[in-house]
Design a protein around this ligand. Structure first.
Ligand SMILES: Nc1ncnc2c1ncn2[C@@H]1O[C@H](COP(=O)(O)OP(=O)(O)OP(=O)(O)O)[C@@H](O)[C@H]1O
Length: 421
């Protein structure tokens, strides 16, 4: 019993259909009080429909939704409005009210029948309008302000309503980046300071990652996963929902996880099984790997250390690799594998990677292929190259004498490859 009381919302096996099409398919989840949760998923996955079900604007054909231990079906309109405010996706309003009148409507559940708003109601309205930066718009017609201003006004109405749950459908969709952050910061602050549960549909995964503590991930009306943001936003889960490869790292400024989608669409009229072996490491080859794979080349990698940026990118594309344990010196078996991969390649490229004692043997791969008469390219080093006290530089000199071709950067390399096809 105690457990149930803690839950703000409990949805059990909810199913919703439009005609014969199942839009929400047997979804079960619980949302704790004071949560900041976002619903994400690709277009048409059922996010808005789920929000409308939670708002009781739609009724599920199967399953139940319980708010604070009471089924949604038991609430009167006013009773539900005391508990829950809704900011819909479409904020267009057909009547020509001024902005303050609209925000004041948020106080309706609190105003007794046939009574007028009190000073307290007006104070609440003003507070909400100041917080959403709409107070200066109070006398303007709701239909004569911008879409972004209207969105903020509707959020002000929801805040003025003083309910313990606010549902929002894409609250930042028509806002510029400044107002997006302002609105999400505001929602975060009322979530933290006033304990208001925020449930928002967001299509921007990075904003969801930055602001929400928990995420519901939908795909074709089914729940892919739900849980703490960092646990839900995994490459696997996102791949399943969005049918795209993504790289996940951390935003160095905000510390929140950051999703970088990678397109896998291969161009058709492209190079035809030409094999390229890439000697890279430490993330110096990430961009090139992506461009080469998307360009239709068969790319092999190595030796790289497991877990580094290039290894991660190559793993996403499932490339053949000669890989070594993290921070380990290249072993005999691994270098042999790298030689075999390079033997099978038409072209060898070395990125702008630093060479230390651990990966010095990688230079031997280049030397062997030069001796075989293959084209071997190396990026002109912009960073420090030699961490072996001169040994790597000596080997580089030998490579130069053996015909190593230097290129400037990734774009230059792609240009050279294109010209040589
Ligand atoms: N009124 C309706 N009648 C019939 N089908 C509908 C209706 N509203 C939505 N749908 C369908 O239900 C599915 C889910 O729509 P929904 O708007 O919930 O998805 P969504 O994830 O919010 O999408 P988006 O990211 O594009 O806003 C879609 O296939 C949509 O075409």
């Amino acid at each position: 019993m105690e457990d149930v009381m803690q839950k703000s919302i409990k949805a059990s096996n909810i199913t919703f259909k439009y005609d014969e099409a199942t839009i929400i398919n047997n979804i079960t989840f619980q949302i704790e009080k004071n949560s900041f949760i976002t619903i994400i998923g690709p277009n048409g996955s059922g996010k808005s429909t789920l929000l409308k079900l939670l708002a009781s604007n739609l009724k599920p054909q199967g399953g139940t939704i319980v708010l604070n231990d009471i089924s949604l079906t038991q609430y009167s309109t006013k009773g539900l409005a005391m508990e829950m405010a809704v900011v819909p996706q479409d904020t267009a309003i057909s009547y020509d009210f001024n902005v303050m009148d609209i925000v004041l409507m948020g106080r309706n559940p609190h105003i007794k029948r046939f009574s007028k708003e009190t000073h307290h109601d007006l104070e609440k309205v003003k507070d909400a309008m100041v917080a959403t930066n709409t107070w200066h718009l109070r006398d303007r017609s709701i239909n004569e302000i911008s879409g972004g201003e209207r969105q903020r006004a509707i959020i002000a109405k929801a805040i003025a309503q003083e309910s313990k749950v606010i549902l929002l459908d894409e609250p930042t969709s028509s806002l510029d980046i400044h107002h997006q952050l302002e609105v999400l910061e505001l929602l975060k602050s009322i979530n933290k300071k006033q304990g208001v549960t925020i449930i928002a549909v967001l299509h921007d995964i990075n904003l969801a990652a930055r602001y929400s503590e928990e995420i519901i991930l939908l795909h074709k009306g089914c729940l892919v996963t739900m849980g703490k943001t960092e646990e839900v936003l995994t490459v696997e889960a996102l791949k399943k929902a969005y049918a795209m490869e993504m790289i996940i790292d951390r935003n160095p400024y905000t510390g929140s996880i950051q999703i970088n989608p990678i397109s896998l669409i291969k161009k058709s009229n492209q190079p035809q099984n030409k094999r390229i072996h890439l000697v890279c490491g430490g993330g110096t080859g990430k961009g090139l790997i992506q461009s080469l794979v998307e360009g239709g080349y068969v790319v092999t990698i190595g030796v790289v250390n497991r877990g580094d940026g290039d290894w991660e990118m190559a793993s996403i594309y499932k490339l053949q690799m000669a890989e070594e344990l993290p921070f380990s010196e290249i072993g005999e078996g691994t270098i042999e594998k790298a030689h075999r991969l390079a033997d099978a390649a038409d072209i060898i490229i070395m990125t702008d990677l630093p060479i230390g004692w651990g990966n010095l043997k990688n230079l031997d791969i280049l030397y062997k292929q030069l001796k075989k008469g293959k084209k071997v390219y190396a990026f002109n080093n912009k960073n420090k190259f030699d961490y072996t006290g001169g040994k790597a530089l000596k080997k580089l000199q030998l490579l130069k004498e053996s015909g190593l071709i230097f290129i400037e950067d990734k774009e230059h390399m792609l240009h050279v490859l294109e010209a040589s096809v």
